[in-house]
Design a protein around this ligand. Structure first.
Ligand SMILES: [Zn+2]
Length: 241
């Protein structure tokens, strides 16, 4: 009897340890627990070898690529693949960050600059298929918060990203509001904020502008690649397995 209890105890310990290890495998380097949940599919595939930047050579600037295949130096918290967003609905089947090649090149260069300063880009949203824009419009049909899908947004063109900065240990920099906070506190021209918040936003804005992105006045997290404005609205959908 004692032997079988001991055996059961050993089996349970072994199973528990395996589960722990599985969870550990999913955890991105330096990431927080929150990131494990929200960016699961992005981080899981990170075990594949990274593609060299030279592989951009055969690709047109407008080709869509999966950013995580070219760099493991970004962080992800893709909110629209969860319910943790202003829509309170999950509108992506899985969390992925795709952009056009030219956007990816600019993001990689910007992230190199950020990393020199001890921080890195964390994505909230990247390319957004036009059909998802329709889904969002159905939930919140208000142009103040969601771009009209008929015209499409630069997210639909693969040239816009919603980002923040975090330290290389995964600690978010204070930007004064959460992502998708629709109010004056999120505006770039809101200067009545503690100095460290203004400094963090300035670092983000100046570096992104240096690499060809422009911002919109009301959202500190949103950046458009200047060279993307004439691209077509796309409805390419990434695979989820
Ligand atoms: Zn945006």
């Amino acid at each position: 009897m004692i032997r079988s209890i001991f055996f059961l105890f050993l089996t349970a310990t072994f199973l528990f340890a395996c589960k722990e290890n599985q969870n550990k495998d999913k955890k991105p380097k330096g990431g927080s627990q929150k990131m494990v949940v929200t960016s699961d599919s992005v981080t899981q595939k990170k075990t594949l070898p990274l593609k060299s930047l030279r592989s951009f050579k055969g690709l047109a600037d407008t080709t869509f690529i999966r950013l995580a295949e070219f760099s493991d130096e970004f962080a992800y918290d893709l909110r629209y693949a969860t319910k943790n967003n202003f829509l309170k609905e999950k509108v992506y089947d899985c969390a992925e960050c795709y952009t056009r090649v030219k956007t990816a090149k600019a993001l990689l260069a910007a992230n190199t600059d950020f990393r020199d300063k001890g921080v890195r880009i964390k994505f909230f949203d990247c390319y957004r298929p036009n059909s998802v824009q329709y889904k969002m419009w159905e939930i919140v049909p208000n142009p103040q918060y969601v771009a009209n899908p008929k015209k499409g947004s630069i997210h639909n063109k693969g040239g816009a990203v919603d980002i923040t900065l975090e330290t290389l240990d995964g600690e978010a920099l204070d930007m004064g509001t959460d992502f998708d906070y629709f109010g004056k506190r999120a505006y770039h021209d809101m200067t009545n904020l503690p100095q460290h918040i203004l400094d963090n936003r300035k670092l983000l804005k100046q570096t992104m502008e240096k690499h060809g992105f422009w911002s919109i006045r009301t959202e500190w997290w949103h950046y458009n690649l200047g060279a993307a404005s004439n691209d077509e609205v796309a409805d390419f959908k990434w695979p989820c397995d």
